[in-house]
Design a binder for this molecule. Structure first.
Ligand code: O7E
Length: 236
């Protein structure tokens, strides 16, 4: 199996000295192409990645999302978060289409399992895959109970990394000590969901996924600057 290292994300993070991935799920003026383009233009020097979820996809449609990726592909790492959780052969097809749309990486829910024949070979298409092993909200009891199983399973799949919430720092520490260093830890839950910017990095995460704190602010650039300056204290 070829190891996957999410080179582009790591490179952009280092070049810009940032560990911010912006989740564009909500925008003050609405999730239009115009507003999203304006936001990304403002964040060019501050964010390493852009997470595109179903709200943006369903508002813009895939062709506008692809156009956005093409416009900003040199500036950002584009991460698809389409809540993939299905039988392995279908998830594989979905990942191939995500790659074709221009994305650099994609997040997959690991709990359906059975991915061992499908996910490692996705690396050859150039798409990085991240597994979700815990969730940020306080009521995610079933996920939390199976965190160790999902973490162990993620290591078997030779992924680019995992998603572990910033709101549960003990889980980040556990993931960091358990997984090989090449696994990136991406942490959502910063800002509106309660974690302080930089805190996930302090506990061992590699990147922080931040949505509404930036995207619904009247001054997204200023907020992003404050997040990045908090993160810079913890850069390794
Ligand atoms: O709370 P915000 O606005 O900073 O947004 C957080 C983003 O991270 C949002 O896009 C949400 O879908 C995502 N996220 C979580 O908030 N918690 C999780 O546990 C997992 C994710 C996530 O990215 O899941 C990938 C399947």
């Amino acid at each position: 199996m070829t190891p996957v290292t999410a080179d582009k994300l790591v490179r952009l993070g280092e070049e810009k000295s940032t560990r911010l991935i912006v989740a564009v799920d909500e925008l003050s003026g609405g999730l239009t192409l115009e507003h999203t383009t304006k936001l990304l233009a403002h964040l060019k020097e501050l964010a390493a990645g852009v997470k595109v979820g179903l709200p943006l996809l369903l508002n813009l449609g895939l062709s506008q999302v692809s156009a956005l990726i093409e416009k900003f592909q040199g500036s950002f790492y584009f991460l698809a978060d389409f809540k993939l959780a299905d039988v392995p052969s279908i998830v594989r097809k979905e990942l191939e289409l995500i790659r074709k749309a221009g994305f650099d990486g994609a997040i997959v829910h690991l709990f359906p399992m059975g991915y061992e024949d499908e996910l490692p070979s996705i690396a050859s298409t150039g798409l990085d895959v991240y597994g979700l092993v815990a969730m940020s909200h306080p009521k995610s009891k079933l996920m939390d109970q199976h965190f160790e199983d999902l973490l162990g399973y993620s290591a078997e799949l030779n992924l680019s990394g995992v998603v572990v919430p910033a709101t549960k720092p003990a889980l980040i520490e556990r993931a960091r000590s358990y997984l090989p260093r090449k696994y990136l830890i991406l942490s959502p839950g910063v800002g509106v969901q309660g974690a302080e910017p930089g805190a996930a990095l302090r506990h061992g995460a590699d990147f922080e996924i931040v949505g509404r704190m930036v995207t619904t602010s009247p001054n997204p650039r200023e907020v992003a600057e404050s997040i990045v300056s908090a993160e810079r204290r913890w850069l390794r």
